[in-house]
Write a protein that binds this ligand. Structure first.
Ligand code: ATP
Ligand code: MG
Length: 497
């Protein structure tokens, strides 16, 4: 990944993450406020509903008090209930009084709870009326000639003569009544009666808190007291729309901010990366040159080693057996010449700087012979009838030379041997360089091919890494078998031509 891209990504991350956290924080806070505001509205509405019901209760009681006064003065009604004259008057009484008082429900019950007169349902006469807990207000389902209806009922007591009576008055609780309670256009008010199994709240959210009222179902008799709830609801579509709006704005804000951040990051990373990239390029060039210098040093040393050996040998012979000098010189002349050739070609290749290896038919045995020269330490077991390989002779020589010099080093002056074996394989030629030297542990072998890994004073640690690269460049493969204290074998396979 380019430095500039990395810089851009880091800028992006550094800017975007806080932005996202900030954005999410705002969104969370907004949602919290909206919900809080909503709860406050609902609580306020619940308070208003309770106050409305209390006011309604007061109004009904006011009417009942007026009715009580009228009844006190009504001798005819007194005559009916005390002496039982004119039943018809009593039956009609509540109906007329209810209309005058502006009520929807009116009952006069005797001390046993039997209905003496009913305004909303004349036929209720003598039935047992609803038994209300206290003075109300109570929600009552009442029977009429046409069916039944719900009423908010309050009650009062009075005496006529020695008898006690109970007056029950109420107003109808219908959809208009509930709509009046709701007030807030976004909120709805609904009654939830006991054993109400309808799912009237589907598609709505119950936002409560509910207000409860005692409830008596008096359609078939006095009934018993249960609890009804007045529930505040809100259509969920509204809240969903609100949430969608918040999310939309949030996404838009994050997107715009992210875009701005990326543009800024792009501009900044270009400004910063240009000089830094120039410096990195310069550094990389220096490193490459350093590597090349080390490689040249290593290769030249390898080319000089056989020359030094021959020179030492000749010096020794000249000193000890001068008569044999011409003969020994002739014997070692080949080694000197091939080493000089090697160094010359090496120099020529480095002069070209990008040495494209010249692949042509190469005789592996010839290269091995040239490389080990007349060394007494290194034995050659050369296979017969090897096919030529498709490789650069110089490359092959560098490979063998590096492996042989490592093998010789591994013996380190002790008794032991180094053998270079060549043999024919399937479509390839195998070159094995084995020694009876110190061998390597698994850990050592793992590092042996690393650049600059060496265990030798004065070693560069580049030999094996060069070998590996050259083998791969020749389409060959490389294997190592090694045992600490026993020795190692490096096997190179090069495709035959
Ligand atoms: N035949 C071997 N037997 C035992 N150890 C080996 C053998 N060949 C390589 N090694 C280990 O691998 C290390 C790396 O070898 P490499 O050829 O890369 O560098 P070097 O030989 O140390 O240095 P240079 O090649 O510059 O002389 C050696 O130092 C040695 O510890
Ligand atoms: Mg080496």
């Amino acid at each position: 990944m380019k430095f500039r891209t990395r810089l851009l990504i880091s800028f992006g991350v550094v800017v975007l993450i806080p932005l996202l956290v900030f954005g999410l924080g705002i969104r969370w806070e907004m949602a919290r406020r909206v919900t809080g505001e909503d709860q406050r509205r609902v609580r306020a509405l619940a308070g208003v509903i309770n106050a409305d019901i209390a006011r309604e209760d007061d109004r009904i009681r006011g009417r009942l008090a007026a009715l009580k006064r009228a009844l006190d003065d009504d001798y005819k009604f007194r005559g009916v209930v005390v002496r039982g004259d004119d039943r018809g008057y009593a039956l009609d009484y509540a109906g007329n009084a209810m209309r005058v008082a502006g009520l929807d429900f009116l009952q006069i019950q005797d001390d046993e709870g039997r209905i003496v007169s009913s305004g909303h349902f004349r036929n209720e006469f003598d039935r047992l009326g609803p038994a209300l807990p206290g003075a109300g207000p109570v929600l009552v389902r009442a029977a009429t000639a046409e069916g039944s209806f719900l009423a908010l009922v309050s009650s009062d007591t009075m005496s006529i003569g020695v008898r006690r009576f109970r007056l029950l008055g109420g107003v109808a609780v219908d959809s208009q009544f509930l709509a009046r309670l709701a007030r807030d256009p976004e909120l709805g008010v609904r009654l939830s009666l006991p054993n109400d199994t309808s799912n009237a709240d589907s598609g709505k959210i119950v936002v409560g808190p509910p207000t409860t009222l005692p409830y008596v179902d008096a359609v078939d008799g006095p009934g018993r007291v249960e609890q009804a709830r007045i529930v505040v609801t809100r259509s969920s579509a509204l809240l969903t729309a609100l949430q969608r709006n918040v999310n939309l704005w949030f996404a838009a804000a994050v997107l715009i901010a992210a875009l701005a951040a990326l543009l800024l990051a792009g501009w900044l990373s270009t400004r910063i990366s240009e000089p830094v990239e120039a410096r990195i390029g310069d550094m990389e060039r220096r490193i490459a040159i350093g590597d090349l210098a080390r490689q040249v040093n290593h290769d030249v040393k390898n080319g000089l080693a056989p020359l030094r050996n021959v020179f030492r040998h000749l010096t020794q012979v000249a000193r000890d057996k001068p008569a044999e000098l011409p003969q020994v010189f002739t014997a070692r002349q080949g080694t000197v010449e091939s080493s000089i050739d090697y160094l010359e070609t090496l120099a020529a290749n480095y002069a070209k700087l990008s040495p494209a290896p010249e692949r042509k038919a190469t005789d592996v045995n010839a290269v091995v012979r040239e490389t080990i020269g007349g060394s007494t330490l290194v034995k050659a077991r050369l296979g017969e009838g090897l096919p030529p390989v498709s490789a650069d002779a110089l490359v092959l020589r560098r490979i063998i030379e590096n492996l042989v010099s490592n093998a010789v080093d591994s013996i380190d002056g002790k008794s032991g041997s180094v053998t270079v074996t060549t043999e024919k394989g399937r479509g390839l030629v195998r070159i094995a360089v084995s020694d009876t030297g110190r061998g390597m542990t698994k850990a050592e072998l793992d590092k042996a091919f690393d650049d600059f890994y060496t265990t030798k004073a004065g070693g560069t640690g580049l030999g094996l890494s060069i070998v590996r690269r050259l083998v791969l460049d020749s389409n060959g493969s490389l294997k190592v078998e090694t045992e600490p204290g026993e020795g190692s074998t490096f096997i190179v396979e090069i495709p035959a031509q």
